[in-house]
Design a protein around this ligand. Structure first.
Ligand SMILES: C[S@@+](CC[C@H](N)C(=O)[O-])C[C@H]1O[C@@H](n2cnc3c(N)ncnc32)[C@H](O)[C@@H]1O
Length: 210
């Protein structure tokens, strides 16, 4: 079996690969222990604190029940906690990444695949965050529908998209379709620093579910 090294493989995935979910699991299985160090030292990723700061601007009640979708090792949770949020769960496809998220403030941590239907009822959460997951070969814009399904009306969805795949995966079309269908009201759509050591920017999007 190929040894997937995580950092050197995570941006070589293909969304249309029939084996995509298994490859993602292998990559993050091998990356979990060094992910946080690479996040800072190799990539200079700033998406987690940036998204939490932007999201917090639209929230008055920090006890809202939130889901951090694709939470990985829980860096978003650590920033949510620091910002005063008290009630958030996390989900990820990788059990090894989830193991690191324990102790970072999450209530429930569970495995799921965002590219499929998550094991959650409609309207399960009062808000959702999804940071760093819409990137090379990970998860496509179809998952925006799934995040919408599990979020209560009036709730906020905040997510990032790596600028390198934004056009190729037609995120603009998906966002426009949700707005035009009356399912979302867009609150924020901006391009900002994402992985500063790689000189990669990301789109930061926040929408209210209608
Ligand atoms: C770049 S990491 C971001 C992790 C975390 N949100 C952060 O900002 O540090 C991408 C995460 O997405 C998860 N992931 C990738 N594909 C997924 C899928 N189909 N369903 C759920 N999680 C997925 C990976 O396991 C990994 O933890």
């Amino acid at each position: 079996m190929t040894a997937h090294k995580g950092l050197s493989h995570y941006d070589h995935l293909d969304l249309d690969d029939a084996d995509n979910a298994e490859k993602i699991k292998r990559i993050y299985q091998n990356w979990a222990d060094s992910y946080d160090a690479d996040n800072d030292a190799a990539l200079g990723t700033v998406s987690q604190p940036t998204m939490v700061e932007l999201f917090a601007q639209f929230v008055s009640d920090k006890s809202l029940h939130l889901l951090d979708a694709g939470c990985g090792t829980g860096l978003v949770g650590a920033h949510l906690r620091k910002a005063g949020f008290t009630h958030f769960d996390g989900t990820d496809i990788s059990d090894e990444m989830l193991a690191h998220a324990k102790g970072r403030g999450y209530g429930r941590l569970f495995t799921s695949n965002l590219a499929e239907q998550m094991p959650l009822d409609d309207d399960s959460y009062e808000g959702c965050l999804c940071v760093g997951v819409f990137t090379h070969g990970h998860v496509g814009p179809k998952a925006l529908g799934e995040l919408t399904r599990i979020t209560k009306k009036g709730g906020l969805i905040g997510f990032t998209v790596n600028e390198d795949i934004y056009d190729d995966y037609a995120f603009d079309d998906a966002i426009t379709a949700l707005v035009e269908a009356g399912k979302w009201a867009l609150k924020l759509h901006q391009k900002s620093d994402y992985m500063v050591k790689k000189n990669v920017k990301g789109l930061y999007v926040i929408a209210t579910v209608l």
